[in-house]
Design a protein around this ligand. Structure first.
Ligand code: HEM
Length: 389
């Protein structure tokens, strides 16, 4: 899998190209990305000599991503194939420009590793998606952890880390996550006349992922599985293509997809604000009864609201910037895992044997039970190694 990167020249890159200018980052959501920008004067070829498709004035290579491949499939949905073609044509390192976004693609895993190892203490990524930035300015909102830089990023990330990436803390999320998993299973069982085939597994996993992440971050269910899903549940999938739009176009003409992006973002932000207000009332109610909760025991949103070093505006932005990268990564990883297991029935049986040896029929998995399932962990890790999420 290739990675889309705005880079400090990698080991290979550095020896071959002399970087004359910092590169702008275009973060492509299907593929992984990184965020380092450092200019380094080295001997070698100039950046201008780096190979890559030429593209058109202003548009760059944008049109390559809008091609109709037939049967309702667009080339932007076949990014991995486009990447492979580009690598074959231009080599393991190439550059291209989409609108104003200069990107460098590195496809050699050693180079990607080198880049990540040299990222430095804090990320520097500039600029984020221009339309996202414009939306934030238009609505007077702040950047969240996904787009912040330097020390400001660290200030927020340090707070969020207290409730993330810590196994002990994650254990506390087991119960609500099991509830969501039960809803997914019930939903799949209820799909009529399936004959064992689930026609919309991708959609179902997307809902599961949204509900799972939503219930942890917002401490509220979105209602994706209900017969009439909430507005928020149906508006959480931002049209990805708008990320490529240069913001200046919006000054002259508002495209329908841009307006939809604004509408979706407004709905999610209002939902975030509503959750905060609701939680505030709950906390106030508890304080009135002198029912003080321990910071360690507090759930995600309650914990953030209780702190004085993060504003409400920052909380909403960060919840949203955690929500979006979480949904597709989790649902695609699960989809790929299921696909790979279906392709390897012997491994599927091995996994089934492991799970049924630990859990009784109908029993929910606990963090302790998951510890006894090393093969399950191995399956997910192998999926992440071999497939793009
Ligand atoms: C299988 C699931 C996931 C995969 C494969 C994945 C992958 C990634 C990758 C590759 C990055 C970029 C890292 C970097 O450039 O240094 C990233 C960043 C990020 N991910 Fe995930 N992710 C997953 C799940 C999640 C979840 C569940 C959440 C939130 C609850 C999340 C939130 C974020 C955030 C906020 C960032 C930016 C972090 C920062 O800049 O401080 N991701 N993820």
């Amino acid at each position: 899998m290739a990675s889309w990167l705005a880079v400090q020249p990698s080991r290979t890159l550095r020896s071959v190209y002399k970087v004359k200018q910092p590169l702008n980052l275009w973060k492509q959501t299907v593929l992984c990305s990184a965020h380092t920008q450092t200019v380094q004067e080295t001997s070698g070829k100039s950046f201008d000599e780096m190979p890559g498709p030429k593209g058109l004035p202003l548009l760059g290579t944008f049109l390559d991503y809008t091609k109709d491949l037939g049967e309702g499939v667009r080339s932007s949905q076949r990014m991995h194939e486009m990447q492979q073609q580009r690598v074959q044509q231009y080599g393991p390192i190439f550059r291209e420009k989409i609108f104003g976004h200069q990107t460098v693609t590195i496809s050699n895993p050693d180079d990607v590793e080198y880049l990540f190892r040299n990222e430095g203490k804090w990320p520097r990524r500039d600029p984020p998606f221009p339309l996202w930035e414009k939306y934030k300015e238009d609505r007077d909102q702040v950047r969240g952890v996904g787009f912040l830089n330097g020390e400001e990023w660290y200030r927020i990330r340090r707070i969020l880390n207290m409730k993330m990436l810590r196994p002990k803390v994650a254990e506390g999320y087991a119960e609500p996550l099991n509830d969501v998993a039960s809803d997914l299973v019930a939903q799949i069982k209820a799909i009529p006349g399936t004959d064992g085939i689930i026609p919309s597994l991708e959609d179902e996993l997307f809902k599961w992922s949204l509900e799972s992440v939503g219930t942890v971050l917002f401490e509220t269910r979105f209602g994706s599985f209900s017969k009439s899903p909430s507005l928020e549940a149906t508006n959480s999938q931002i049209i990805q293509i708008v990320f490529l739009f240069p913001a200046w176009i919006d000054k002259f003409y508002r495209f329908k997809s841009v307006q939809e992006f604004y509408d979706h973002m407004d709905i999610i932000h209002n939902f975030g604000d509503m959750c905060i207000n609701k939680k505030m009332r709950e906390i106030q109610g508890r304080l009135d009864k002198e029912d003080i909760q321990d910071e360690d025991a507090a759930e995600f949103l309650t914990f953030l609201i209780s702190r004085e070093d993060i504003s409400f505006k920052e909380i909403t932005s960060n919840l949203i910037e955690l929500l979006f990268p979480a949904i597709e990564t989790t649902s695609f990883t699960t989809l790929w895992t299921l696909y790979l297991l279906a392709r390897n029935p012997d491994l599927q049986k091995q996994l089934h044997d492991e799970v049924t040896s630990v859990l009784k029929p109908g029993e929910h998995a606990t963090p302790a039970a998951l510890q006894k399932m090393p093969f399950l962990r191995g399956c997910v890790k192998e999926t992440l190694r071999t497939s793009c999420s």
